[in-house]
Ligand binder design. Structure first.
Ligand SMILES: Nc1nc2c(ncn2[C@@H]2O[C@H](COP(=O)(O)OP(=O)(O)O)[C@@H](O)[C@H]2O)c(=O)[nH]1
Ligand SMILES: [Mg+2]
Length: 648
């Protein structure tokens, strides 16, 4: 039984049976080739399995991503988890039946009776019905994963069609278990009475056929069948002889390599696309992977001359994560780790040490301003030392390290840190730094990539960075985000293909450093609006990246985005940052709801800012930019690639 709250578990579990699906297609085709009077339903079953294969192909791209930390996918898992619980036993049931039929010796039974031994025709209809329901749920999951926004995802899942698909998939659990049970081989039929009504009886006919993804998959499957039929007509004679050799692995000597060759031959004769693991790994980077969205959005994709340089602009208010995103891209670049050579990493060491001292000093000043006292009086000399002796230092001496550790464990400092609010927002990564401080001060310390990602450095002016991905050149424009800096943006914006607009998702509770009365979040909204009004906007695609996702839940609990929210007793009343954020009732059922509601709201809010004509060329992504393990940067890169593959 899979973990119902893990999308990774669901995807992993269904993708894990891809091999069985491929094998089953091959074995069913063997049956079809050998017996002319094989029921038509076996062809239908093969077709349905090809659809499954196409869906699994797409899902395996998602399996490569770490989705464990993403609220959207955790929520999705709870919605579709049960419905897909039966997918695995259903496919395995087919395999065990096929094992059984192949286990019967040639002389023991008339070959044509093998097929009916596999299943009676009625049973086959029932099996197809069950498979359809699971495939519907699978397709729905795929569709939901591809959604650009929370709103779209929720719409797909909660609309009555989606609910019906999930309910039908869940309803048949016991029947599926019945198919998995070999004792029912001799039962006449488990469910059906009428096989003639095949094309009209399944719910998927009306529901699934209307979904874009299904239509896309089905179209491709039909094309394959037509191609395959053409080939079969041409080579009917040869094909029978060849298939006999190809499809019965035991009749030919050879190890895995020859088996694989045979499989390839089979797939190609069926018109089934060759699964290629390398291809799958790179699929997210491959513009071809955008086909679903392209079809869905009706976007055009003319042939694009390769190696045309793409200009990317990183926009957003100060501290929204622009520089961190660029660092992530540098790491991702072809041979990217070389962008951070040992010499360069050492340069970051001074910045890291300076940042930690500044952070603690800033906290002490804020405590002073708000009358928050140190809980432990013996820490007073430490505070004194840090305030007076850290000035201008780049290195962390042992006495400063001891002072920082003692102060960080003081309850007064902790209280101030958690009290952070509109006018005081410490570095979100400060607890990481204090915990790691001994490593940072050890002999020969060299900052890791994660250390570098977690280090902020104020940007001024406009910086161009040229990077290459798969040999294609990209030019990134990184800029300072304060109001004064934004005046310098203008002259770089005329030849831009894509704008990354970064928004600190926790910024509803932060002021701007240059104007302590203005909210970071509202400033982001205004800035995005002004970009949409720019004369050059016509040719820009937009990717809105909501950053600091790792901080979001904690922030929401401590400081609700509206005065009636969950933490109104702890957050500042009449909170100025985001006054019309949704009401989050105190008794939310699980912690995800709080975060989910907010994320949904934010997406809708930013989507509204975009002119309707721009929405098809706009994507929204949630990210934790500072943790290289979450693969969020790779995902953002994939989204960028996908958008750039469209002409606007
Ligand atoms: N925890 C966390 N910190 C982040 C994230 N994105 C950015 N930061 C931090 O936010 C600060 C500002 O980031 P930076 O890229 O310099 O912002 P910029 O002014 O837009 O260039 C840095 O201290 C980063 O470490 C994130 O997703 N999670
Ligand atoms: Mg910056």
């Amino acid at each position: 039984m899979m973990d119902p709250a893990s999308i990774v578990g669901i995807i992993g579990s269904v993708v894990g049976i891809a091999d069985i699906v491929t094998r089953s297609i091959r074995r069913l085709s063997t049956l079809k080739t050998k017996f002319r009077d094989v029921p038509f339903l076996v062809t239908t079953l093969t077709g349905q399995l090809c659809t499954v294969q196409a869906a699994l192909d797409q899902l395996s791209v998602w399996a490569a991503r770490d989705l464990t930390t993403d609220t959207r996918y955790r929520k999705l898992a709870t919605q579709v988890g049960d419905a897909l619980d039966c997918f695995d036993p259903l496919i395995k049931a087919l395999e065990s039946r096929l094992d059984r039929i192949e286990g019967i010796g040639e002389g023991q039974v008339d070959l044509s009776r093998k097929v009916s031994f596999l299943w009676t025709e009625k049973e086959l209809v029932d099996y197809l019905s069950l498979l359809d329901r699971q495939v519907n749920a699978l397709t729905l999951l795929l569709q939901a994963l591809q959604c650009k926004t929370f709103l779209e995802q929720e719409k797909i899942i909660t609309e009555s069609d989606g609910q019906t698909i999930l309910r039908l998939a869940r309803d048949r659990t016991s029947s599926i278990r019945g198919f998995d049970d070999t004792s029912c081989y001799d039962n006449a039929s488990l469910l059906s009475e009428d096989t003639n009504a095949l094309s009209s009886r399944f719910d998927f006919d009306s529901i699934l056929l209307s979904s874009n993804i299904y239509q896309a998959v089905q179209r491709s499957h039909l094309k394959q069948l037509i191609r395959s039929k053409g080939r079969q007509d041409e080579n009917r004679e040869n094909s029978t002889a060849r298939s006999h050799l190809d499809l019965f692995p035991d009749s030919k000597p050879g190890g895995n390599a020859s088996e694989e060759r045979r499989l390839r031959g089979l797939r190609s004769s069926l018109g089934i696309r060759e699964p290629n693991t390398r291809d799958l790994q790179h699929k997210r980077r491959d513009p071809e992977n955008a086909e679903y969205l392209q079809r869905e959005n009706g976007l055009r994709r003319p042939p694009r001359p390769r190696r045309q340089r793409r200009n990317i602009f990183l926009a957003g208010t100060n501290n929204s994560g622009k520089s961190i995103l660029l660092k992530g891209f540098k790491i991702l670049e072809d041979g990217g780790v070389h962008n951070f050579s040992p010499e360069e990493r050492i340069k970051w060491k001074d910045i890291i040490c300076r940042n930690i001292m500044d952070e603690l000093t800033k906290t002490l000043i804020t405590m002073d301003e708000h009358g928050i006292r140190l809980e432990n009086e013996t820490n007073m000399p430490h505070a004194e030392k840090l305030s007076t002796q850290s000035e201008g230092r780049k290195e962390l001496s042992l006495d400063i390290v001891q002072a920082i550790e003692a102060l960080w464990s003081d309850l007064g400092v902790q209280r101030c840190h958690h009290r952070r609010g509109f006018d005081f927002h410490p570095d979100p990564n400060i607890s990481y730094w204090v915990n790691e401080i001994r490593r940072l001060t050890a002999q020969g310390y060299q900052p890791s990539l994660e250390d570098i990602l977690k280090t902020g450095l104020k940007t001024t002016g406009v910086h161009r960075t040229s990077l290459k991905f798969d040999g294609e050149p990209y030019e990134f424009f990184e800029v300072g985000g304060t109001r004064a800096e934004r005046k310098k943006w203008d002259h770089t914006m005329y030849d831009i293909h894509l704008v990354f607009f970064l928004v600190d998702a926790t910024g509803y509770n932060k002021c701007l450093p240059e104007d302590r009365k203005s909210s970071h979040m509202l400033e982001s909204c205004k800035l995005l609006e002004s970009l949409f009004n720019s004369e050059y906007c016509e040719s820009w695609r937009f990717v809105i990246v909501f950053t600091h996702q790792d901080q979001l839940y904690k922030e929401l609990v401590y400081h609700s985005p509206n005065e009636y929210g969950l933490a109104s007793d702890r957050g500042p009343p009449g909170f100025p940052g985001f006054p019309d954020a949704p009401y989050v009732p105190f008794s939310f059922k699980d912690e995800l709801d709080l975060e989910y509601e907010y994320m949904k709201y934010l997406e809708a809010r930013f989507m509204e800012l975009a002119p309707k004509s721009k929405r098809a060329h706009m994507r929204m992504v949630w990210a934790n930019l500072v943790n290289p393990k979450t693969a969020d940067i790779q995902h953002i890169f994939g989204v960028m690639r996908e958008l750039l593959s469209y002409t606007i």
